[in-house]
Design a protein around this ligand. Sequence first.
Ligand code: HEM
Length: 490
Amino acid sequence: RNRNGSGSGQLRLPPGPWQLPVIGNLHQLMVHGPLVYRTMASMARRLDAPLMSLRLGEVPVVVASSADAAREITKTHDVRFATRPWSATIRVLMRDGAGLVFAPYGALWRQLRKMAILELLSARRVQSFRHVREDEARRLVAAVAAERRPGEAVNVSERIAVFVADSSVRMTMGDRFKKRDEFLESLAEGIRISSGFNLGDLFPSSRLASFVSGTTRQAEANHRRSFELIDCALRQHEERRAAAAGAGAVDDEDLIDVLLRIQKEVGLEVPLTMGNIKAVILDLFGAGSETSANTLQWVMSELIMNPSVMLKAQAELHDTLQGKPIVTEDDLAGLKYLKLIIKETLRLHPVVPLLVPRECQETCKVMGFDIPVGTTVLVNVWAISRDPKYWEDPKMFRPERFENIHINFKGTDFEFIPFGAGRRMCPGITFAEASMELALASLLYHFDWELPSGFYSTKLNMVEKMGGTVRRKNDLYLVPTVRMPPSAAP
Ligand code: HEM
């Protein structure tokens, strides 16, 4: 074990594995491939270190891997860890103004956060988009039915991603976006390059400037492209509004309307620039789409491997709907088992497994160790929610485990925080739940699902891929059989 960290003086840092000069612990992480949350979990277990020090290139990192450590970081010392590290990449991506996800802790972040909680992602706002989700869920089942050939598989991953993307775009700009595919591509790249594991960000002061400038160039190109596409979305939005006003039509506010209205309000503590507005729009997609879509893909993967769970969920749906032609959001409240399935999936497959990185703003003591100012702090939610200390048979997919206990993901039960906790916790839970529940209920109500012939559920490939979020490495292909014909839908 080391007492690492150059210049740490007499500080008592959390224990960590041996470090090499220059690269620190990168070699131990990289040797096991890109699923770093898994490698970090086994390192922390081996060292019995709920708080563990690492150095990734030049970046000092502390990883919290127990419920107590997570509570200390996100609750007890909340304010000290309430800012995000700004790498060279993030600086480029935020050049025209920060959004909510990366805004440094301070007045701008507070204002954006308040706007998100009270206006953009409030329960009332989420409710106001009900018709969009119901309409997109109908399209989802219609698309599966149309694509289906007897005995042939449908790309479920793709259908789910399209459902989530189209609903998000419509809630944001009131309509489909003509450049949706380009936009999603640029967004996925932005998420990947901002995740902090590229060489330029790990060696910010390096003289080997080529990879630093390579990273910066890539970030610059991505930033330019994303902002051009947002400009395009804003223009399309304006044209639509003008046409609607001309026709005397009155529409619900979409999220762009809300943002532009708030921008004009007097008395804002910090003026909102168009740069901030565009960054928030990007945030809503970046933080909301891949996360919800990937979670749904993991749900469907687990259901295929656990057919008795799928049958139980379908039985609940049929009992609740009593032959109604489609699932509506009124039906969701009665679907208790379906909600447990989503909960259990968030436990086994937290798609943001290390939370979004925090940075220590002020040297402080946590669990008897010193965390120096400037340290990047990660919370290994993946490790915590599979730890046998808190979970019986942690690797088993068993939604029933949540039946008689009051553990929830709302940020107070630290053994289960897939959305984080404290001031920086995800503000999009209600938004995410609404689309995930409706899409899942619709897929299970209208179809039975099987693996293509020759595949066995116990052999389903569950290999993960880490981009900005954790997704399936291979798209999920399943064979649907119609159970309740979507054509019966109005
Ligand atoms: C299954 C779906 C989702 C998961 C698992 C998830 C998870 C997370 C996590 C782990 C964080 C970091 C929390 C922390 O640092 O403690 C976060 C932050 C955030 N999420 Fe989500 N999220 C989801 C869906 C959404 C949706 C649908 C939206 C909005 C449309 C959203 C918006 C945000 C924003 C804006 C932040 C940054 C908050 C801040 O820094 O103050 N998320 N999310």
